[in-house]
Design a protein around this ligand. Sequence first.
Ligand SMILES: Cc1cc2nc3c(=O)[nH]c(=O)nc-3n(C[C@H](O)[C@H](O)[C@H](O)COP(=O)(O)O)c2cc1C
Length: 414
Amino acid sequence: MKIVLGVSGGIAAYKAAELARLLQQAGYRVQAVMTRAAREFVAPMTLAALTGEKVITDLFPPETAAASPADAEAAIEHIAVAQAADALVVAPATAHVLAKFAHGFADDFLSTLYLATTAPVILAPAMNLNMWRHAATQANLETLRRRPGHVLVEPGAGYLACGMVGEGRLAELEAIVAALERALAQGQRDLAGRKVLITAGPTREAIDPVRYLSNRSSGKMGFALAEAAARRGAAVVLVAGPTAAEPPRASGIEVIPVTTAEEMAAAALAQFPHVDLAILAAAVADYRPVKPAGEKIKKTAAPLHLELEPTPDILAACGRAKRHQILVGFAAETGSPVAAGRAKLQAKAADMIVANDVTLPGAGFDADENEVFLITASGDRKLERAPKSKIAGQILDAAAALLAPSPSVRLVRA
Ligand SMILES: Cc1cc2nc3c(=O)[nH]c(=O)nc-3n(C[C@H](O)[C@H](O)[C@H](O)COP(=O)(O)O)c2cc1C
């Protein structure tokens, strides 16, 4: 995702360099746009070197004797930058920038870009205490707070560069990044109108009335996928095996609790014909006791032999029933996840396999983080270790890209 980082002319402009670095660490491409006053505080070269992108400083190219087509192209750059931006973050936002944004003045690149973008806008003001408290600033802030798609990251209180103590200090940089991430998650509604089936957690296969075969799956990956899909506008059916963690009960998520592989298969296959996307993240037991004992098996000195039979293969069954659906399976492997994932992709007629090595410490089963490979017909891609919520978003990005345009989008295009 591409973030435009607007920097205006306050003392805190030096913190924009650190913010650019944090945004990059969070996986964003960053392009800086600086006001004339900002350049009095930080050199554009600093931000160019850190972001690896051209820093935009002017609306118009420098005056030349005869304007060239290249100059004309540069002059409409704000439109291209605005269209490519997934969010505009302005940090620090001066009292002057807030006033211009509130009233729609467009006399430099940043303020023109602001009017041209439809992306979420995150504003982190920083200024002297009296400037902050001024009725004009407060009125502008109120206007901006009420504007849809705008987030104000309120300044903190403390010692200010002007020597005063009070409100006006740029918010913590981590709080600005967190506000951006929330805004992006809310803004992304690319799954609106879609129905998504997600399976999560382990299954339990009875040995007798008190014992069962199961695995270490916590359900967290599937739950994170369900939450992320619902946030992006999907109607989610979550078929959840028994876990210690509670399945998410957010609006847009219907939870169907199941215990065994047989129950999970029945629930998933009943839903499958009605969904656009199925992500089978559950760790379904591959085998179950052929004949679970009706009564608790008594302990004896003799060895106990359990005869096991394969459980229904839910991914393969969905693959056979597939019509318009995009089918995503998971492969939990203990070595060479890519090779195993690719074999599974073909064998099960899936569109994507999310493969991971469950022996990696701190990732995968029963962990809050994951690192996985996304395997599709067109190749594989590694998602570096990250919280499961972030991995869920990346899996949905890849799955959404495989979905055919929704009927409403087709209608608009026609
Ligand atoms: C040393 C110095 C520090 C300043 N710090 C701030 C500040 O923290 N916040 C602010 O709103 N304005 C501050 N200003 C005033 C702005 O630089 C000035 O209003 C300028 O016109 C802002 O332009 P811009 O919003 O286009 O960047 C400062 C000015 C100077 C000279």
